[in-house]
Design a protein around this ligand. Structure first.
Ligand code: 5GP
Length: 194
């Protein structure tokens, strides 16, 4: 998506450790007009009528998912990072290792908000090694629900997540795919997509 790539080129900061900082428009301050265009694009890429729920993970996925949901006319559920090890039977739970914080979270979704009849579109801000999305897929599967697709704002194509998920036959769409980035020069190269 040209608009997103242009914005990453303009405002993205490449940090050591393969981290792309986009705090200026996505991860801290949020550009809602840009989110709106991203939401429309997700709808175009995932036209399936069956999608009846969007699932994301706190915190950075929520804004993008909420704006996109207006084009799908479906509710958004966000998986919560729980500090509590006291998980009772009312939630689905999995563990996700955070790429940016290098720690493992218990992640939960209430059984009330996801069930076997749901057709779920997973949305997140970044795809790196795929831990976050894999965890969300596990939650959907625990509920007996169906994953209709995975919509990502920024995929780092030089990390493994995209390949792993697509290799499982999942419908993954990323609005921008970074093929390489260089912390010393700040250069970012995008994969061309149609
Ligand atoms: P994964 O679980 O695919 O390894 O990493 C994805 C998660 O880590 C996303 O939810 C995102 O919050 C965070 N993340 C991974 N790489 C980056 C990055 O380069 N920049 C930012 N801002 N977040 C990232």
């Amino acid at each position: 998506m040209q608009l997103l790539e242009d914005r990453i080129r303009r405002d993205g900061l490449v940090k050591e450790g393969n981290v792309l900082k986009v705090d200026n428009f996505l991860n801290h301050q949020m550009d809602i007009e840009l989110f709106n265009e991203m939401g429309k694009e997700f709808r175009r890429l995932f036209p399936q009528k069956e999608i009846n729920k969007i699932l994301t993970i706190e915190a950075s996925g929520i804004g993008i998912a909420c704006v996109a949901a207006q084009y799908f006319h479906v509710p958004v559920v966000f998986a919560k990072k729980s500090q509590s090890i006291n998980i009772d039977g009312s939630v689905y739970c999995t563990k996700i290792e955070s790429f940016t914080h290098k720690r493992v979270y218990d992640v939960i979704v209430s059984k009330k908000y996801i069930g076997k009849d749901d057709h779920v579109l997973i949305i997140d801000d970044f795809l790196a090694n795929g831990c976050a999305v894999n965890g969300l897929i596990e939650l959907v599967q625990s509920a007996g629900a169906t994953v209709e697709g995975v919509g990502i704002a920024i995929e780092k194509g030089f990390q493994e997540g995209g390949k792993l998920l697509r290799g499982k036959g999942l419908h993954v769409e990323s609005l921008a795919i970074v093929d390489s980035m260089d912390a010393s020069t700040g250069e970012i190269v995008f994969r061309s997509q149609n």
